[in-house]
Design a protein around this ligand. Structure first.
Ligand code: AMP
Length: 181
């Protein structure tokens, strides 16, 4: 059966479970494992992302661990371009560049191989959920630090109440699902 774009979006939404108070009280956790386990919804999510970004001229995809990999890798394969993992500190074996960023309590850091992105290369960043935007803002800074050009940040889901977009001022932001909370 063929579904139009709105129907495919609804199928995705139905496959993402909201788990209240995980990992701590007050957080509405969006669980994408139920989507990954459903081939039609998982394939559809990659199709829909590809449709939204295909005309942007991305030359490489970068994504933060670990859930960003789950969508970034199949999207890169679909688009016929390479993939760059962005990782927590100490995981990558060669020379890295890194960016620290603030959390509600304390700081975190993202790292990428220093030679992963070529100067001027057009980079599409991908993650599952846009929440406060801190992680993706740090990923944008990392790509720019290594000479890449962020052409778009693409997400499966955006949590509108956290207004993460405001941390991504210069980049185009695409999300398949916009959730109130
Ligand atoms: P943030 O830096 O606040 O935008 O958070 C982004 C990262 O945390 C993403 O990689 C998400 O995978 C994860 N994340 C944040 N909030 C949630 C949530 N409510 N449900 C699922 N994942 C989340």
């Amino acid at each position: 059966m063929n579904h139009n774009s709105d129907e495919r979006i609804d199928i995705l939404r139905e496959r993402i479970a909201t788990v209240p108070d995980f990992p701590e009280p007050g957080i509405q956790f969006k669980d994408i494992t139920t989507l990954l386990a459903c081939p039609s919804a998982f394939f559809s999510s990659i199709d829909l992302l590809e449709e939204r970004v295909s005309d942007l001229g991305a030359e490489i995809i970068a994504a933060p661990e670990s859930r960003g990999f789950l969508f970034g890798v199949p999207l890169a394969m679909r688009m016929g371009i390479g993939f760059v993992p962005i990782r927590k500190p100490g995981k990558l074996p060669r020379k890295t560049c890194s960016v620290k960023y603030s959390l509600e309590y304390g700081t975190d850091e993202v790292e990428m191989h220093a030679d992963a992105i070529q100067p001027g290369q057009k980079v599409l960043l991908v993650d599952d959920v846009l929440a406060s935007g801190g992680t993706m803002a740090a990923c944008c800074e990392l790509v720019e630090k290594s000479g890449g050009v962020v052409i778009c940040c693409a997400f499966l889901m955006e949590l509108l109440s956290l207004d993460g977009r405001k941390k991504l001022p210069d980049a185009r932001v695409i999300s398949l699902l916009e959730e109130a909370d």
